[in-house]
Design a protein around this ligand. Structure first.
Ligand code: NAD
Ligand code: UDP
Length: 336
């Protein structure tokens, strides 16, 4: 679909968009919203942590295509835009096979940047607040260089994502590839994997089953939780922003909560009989995390709209209905 603009130039309103990691939590919501916006979506995923269940409702859509592909290998397709989301995101998942995690971030970035360079596509990297490590600056602004441990258990993810950012900026400087780098902060919502070990999914599953809520450390560490619909809106706004806005741009909800406060809210909203159970803090667990989103606010006119209470209510309803339906029988299998 094309539109002739006032100056005679042609604007493609239906763009061919590749979403790597499109069968994952964020990727599946992104594919949905891109289709709703009238685009032609190609989802590439190796189903390492994602699932066909997440996108089964899209398979009959005439502008949706799915390919099984591992981004550590080159991909030859013709597209106008690439959202590079392929990468396990939860500590349990990315530490399961750390070498593969590094390869996915680094080789994946090289392959997808190579594709963007060849076909002249815009490419957006799903980077992360983890590039700030255990931050000494609070809240985190994009000009903070971070405080990461290059040899710790989280390094496969943190340093992999940092190297991917380096590659994005070098392809931009050296080959003029039009890049966009989003630094995503903790995001939650329906289609999170119930066994991914992330705090929101863990607490909700534990609360729904009236099991102990596992608080790591004393629960005073903080995170800021963004609901998935807000985050996807931010990613799409960044991709559509003027070419000069390359980022990095923080995307996240600036309301900060302790993990203990999150546990209390989940217990309240589920009406659970669960008790708190304290467990050792994992190594290199960041003490505090909260985005400064001034740049996203001014450059993208973006602000998260969904408060934690409302987003959790929707997420709890999703997990509850999946449990009721006997969903996730596949957990522990290949994710397909
Ligand atoms: P997810 O695990 O649900 O999705 C990742 C997807 O990538 C899965 O479908 C998985 O199968 C796929 N994948 C993994 N390795 C692959 C490979 N080598 N080739 C092809 N596909 C591969 O995680 P998510 O929460 O949806 O995260 C998506 C992206 O956003 C990731 O890059 C993650 O680092 C980033 N991110 C997410 C958050 C968050 O809070 N959810 C925060 C910061 C950054
Ligand atoms: N956490 C917790 N109990 C859990 C899972 C996580 O207390 O069952 C804590 C974890 O130690 C961290 C925070 O919750 O301080 C967020 O963890 P998550 O794995 O969701 O994300 P990340 O650490 O990558 O932000």
């Amino acid at each position: 679909m094309t539109t002739i603009q006032g100056d005679g130039s042609v604007l493609k309103t239906r763009r061919r968009v590749l979403v790597t990691g499109g069968a994952g939590f964020l990727g599946s919501h992104l594919c949905e919203q891109l289709l709703a916006a009238g685009h032609d979506v190609l989802c590439a995923d190796n189903f390492y942590t994602g699932s066909k269940d997440n996108i089964s409702h899209l398979l009959d859509h005439r502008f949706f295509e799915l390919i099984r592909h591992d981004v550590t290998f080159p991909l030859y397709v013709e597209v106008d835009e690439v959202f590079n989301l392929a990468c396990p995101a939860s500590p349990v998942h990315y530490q399961h096979n750390p070498v593969q995690t590094v390869k996915t971030s680094v080789h994946g970035a090289i392959n997808m940047l190579g594709l963007a360079k060849r076909v002249g596509a815009r490419i957006l990297q799903a980077s992360t607040s983890e590039v700030y490590g255990d931050p000494e600056v609070h809240p985190q602004r994009e000009d903070y260089w971070g405080h990461t441990n290059p040899i710790g258990l989280r390094a496969c993810y943190d340093e992999g994502k940092r190297c991917a950012e380096t590659l994005f900026f070098d392809y931009h400087r050296q080959h003029q590839v039009p890049i966009k780098v989003a630094r995503i902060f903790n995001t939650y919502g329906p289609r999170m994997h119930p066994n991914d070990g992330r705090v929101v999914s863990n607490f909700i599953m534990q609360a729904l089953r009236n099991e102990d809520i596992t608080l790591y450390g004393d629960g005073s560490q903080t995170r800021s939780f963004c609901f998935v619909s807000d985050l996807i809106r931010g990613l799409m706004a960044l991709m559509e922003s003027p070419r000069e806005l390359i980022g990095p741009v923080n995307l996240g909800n600036p309301h900060e909560f302790t993990i203990r406060e999150l546990a209390a809210l989940v217990i309240e909203l589920t009406g659970s009989r669960s008790k708190l159970a304290y467990r050792p803090l994992p190594s290199d667990d960041p003490r505090q995390r909260c985005p400064d989103i001034s740049l996203a606010r001014s450059a993208l006119n973006w602000d998260p709209l969904i408060p934690l209470r409302e987003g959790l209510t929707q997420t709890i309803a999703y997990f509850d209905s999946m449990l009721g339906k006997g969903g996730w029988a596949r957990i522990g299998n290949t994710g397909e």
